[in-house]
Design a protein around this ligand. Structure first.
Ligand code: HEM
Length: 527
């Protein structure tokens, strides 16, 4: 405990040097409070007698103290598997976690009104996401949802999005892989690429073009990642960190004092704001409704630039990290399962043919919807590695969950998509295996209840970008698997390690070597 208090005091002393003299007095008073809080925290970790000692909390605290949180999601999956109700209440965190499909249905559909995002969640993300769709409930949410759902479903937007993805694949992603690849008959190993970084850049270029008609050119690897992209990543990661501090007062205090992570967050958000404001200014210059992108369409209904900024940022978050995360996990699994890559190639050549010409490329894009095996493999990979690993709501009133767990007003209730994908009770004894066939019946993809597979959430707030995301990801899979063998280096899908953030990101990226396959079509275009 002494070490914890000392470390806290040291951190506070170093933060002090960053302050202006006129706030130093107030700072020292608050510093004293923080040291007391740190001491309380240290005491709490030693589990004094008044602390909850139920089996779940005991397991939580013991593992926490022993530093067993190498992969927090696996640890929660372990807890949930051991629970007869597939739900656990970690009292010390005031968090009910569930992997029970009936309970997920209850919170996301049947009692949706009782499980809003809630004020604690909104406060955590307010600086970064403002009043964007992810961070609001009630009328503000309903308004944005209706607008986004209508625009994303429109044939014009879908055609525009497909042309963006096709052009990004043809002119950037595939040439980049070619330039890094060794050919199948050479001894040269080619370059090592971080495939996660490549997919993040690809997805960012795509979502910016689709959402705002703007091309950030991130996939030009020769260009450094812009200060904006760095700021966006930092803002996302630092906001997520707020959610895991043991007491909310800690980040609020640091925010008030503008020190540490909170100072970095403020600077990052300032850069994100500047970028979003510039995007909106450019669009105003062109005139609302002048482009095919989402922002041009939103401008017809929204005149408040600050509100538009929040929408811009939310779409960047929604469309970039999720897609990049799903694709990275997909190629990690594929590297461990060459038989799945072979089955994908069989399907692509059966459905779209093998000819190396533009007509064939065009055909394969329009035939993505007929590629049931590709669809199944992607769903199977997101079952094991959902980009949004868990998602929380805050109970607006007391409730009893269908599995019998009591919930009091203000309790955080979390559905755990990552754990659900690894539950025998949900997927059977082979739940840990990557087996795309489980989604197929007579060669046709058969969906399951979204409450059993809440990868895109489910119910009233189900993801509105799902179809767009599936199109984009399948187009990438077809283009890459058709022309390249991708071999991961030093990574296994059995022992994933994640970096902290709002979306699942592999710590250390995904280093790969790419090998060109025998000449075949490698580009895809739209009609
Ligand atoms: C693999 C890709 C994707 C996955 C797994 C995914 C998953 C999710 C999940 C879990 C949520 C619920 C989040 C929450 O309530 O906190 C969500 C909501 C949402 N997603 Fe996606 N998403 C993906 C791609 C996209 C894309 C490409 C877009 C936009 C172009 C998008 C737009 C949205 C929006 C606007 C919401 C908010 C819906 C609402 O609150 O009513 N998503 N998504």
């Amino acid at each position: 405990m002494g070490a914890v208090v000392e470390a806290a005091a040291e951190a506070l002393a170093s933060s002090c040097s960053q302050l202006q003299p006129h706030v130093a007095g107030a700072f020292f008073a608050l510093a004293a409070c923080t040291v007391v809080l740190a001491a309380l925290l240290a005491v709490a970790r030693t589990r004094p007698p008044w602390w909850c000692d139920c089996a779940v909390c005991e397991a939580y605290l013991t593992a926490s103290w022993a530093g067993e949180f190498d992969n927090l999601c696996d640890w929660y999956a372990h807890l949930l598997r051991a629970s007869p109700s597939q739900t656990v209440h970690v009292h010390v965190l005031r968090n009910v976690l569930t992997a029970n499909p009936v309970t997920v249905d209850h919170m996301l559909r049947a009692r949706f009104d009782n499980y809003p995002k809630g004020a604690p969640f909104s406060a955590i993300l307010a600086d970064f996401l403002g009043r964007g769709i992810f961070n609001v409930d009630g009328e503000a949410w309903m308004f944005q949802r209706k607008l986004a759902a209508a625009e994303l479903a429109s044939p014009a937007l879908r055609a525009y999005a497909a042309s963006v993805v096709a052009s990004e694949l043809r002119s950037r992603l595939v040439p980049l892989l070619h330039s890094a690849a060794a050919s199948s008959d050479s001894d040269d190993d080619g370059k090592v690429l971080d495939l996660q970084d490549v997919f993040r850049r690809f997805a960012f270029d795509c979502i910016c073009k689709i959402s705002f008609g703007l091309d950030p050119g991130c996939l030009e690897l020769s260009m450094p990642v812009s200060a904006f992209v760095d700021a966006f990543d930092a803002a996302s990661m630092l906001s997520a960190r707020r959610a895991v501090v043991p007491m909310q007062i800690i980040w609020r205090l640091k925010r008030f004092l503008n020190i540490g992570d909170e100072r970095k967050l403020r600077e990052s958000v300032r850069l994100v704001d500047a970028f979003a404001t510039e995007v909106i200014r450019q669009r105003h210059k062109l005139g609302a409704g002048s482009g095919s992108d989402l922002l041009s369409r939103f401008m017809g209904s929204i005149s408040d630039d600050k509100y538009l900024r929040d929408i811009v940022v939310s779409f960047m978050l929604a469309g970039r990290d999720t897609v990049a995360s799903a694709l990275t996990a997909f190629f990690l699994l594929l590297s461990d399962h060459p038989e799945v890559a072979a089955a994908i190639r069989d399907e692509v050549s059966r459905v779209a043919g093998d000819d190396d010409d533009d007509d064939n490329d065009r055909a394969s894009f329009s035939k993505l919807k007929d590629m049931h095996y590709v669809h199944a493999a992607l769903y199977e990979s997101m079952r094991l590695f959902p980009p949004v690993q868990f998602d929380s709501k805050f109970a607006a009133g007391d409730d009893k969950l269908p599995d019998g767990t009591g919930v009091t007003k203000g309790t955080r209730v979390t559905y755990h998509a990552y754990a659900m994908g690894r539950m025998e009770s949900v997927w059977g004894p082979d739940c840990a295996e990557f087996r795309p066939d489980r989604w197929l019946r007579e060669g046709q993809f058969v969906p399951v209840s979204p409450y059993r597979y809440p990868v895109f959430q489910a119910g009233v707030r189900v993801c509105v970008g799902k179809d767009l995301a599936l199109m984009e990801m399948k187009a990438v899979i077809v283009a890459v698997v058709r022309s390249f063998d991708v071999e991961t280096i030093g990574r296994s899908s059995r022992r994933p390690k994640f970096a902290p953030g709002l979306t699942a990101t592999f710590a250390g990226g995904l280093p790969v070597r790419v090998r060109r396959r025998a000449p075949q079509s490698s580009t895809i275009t739209t009609e």
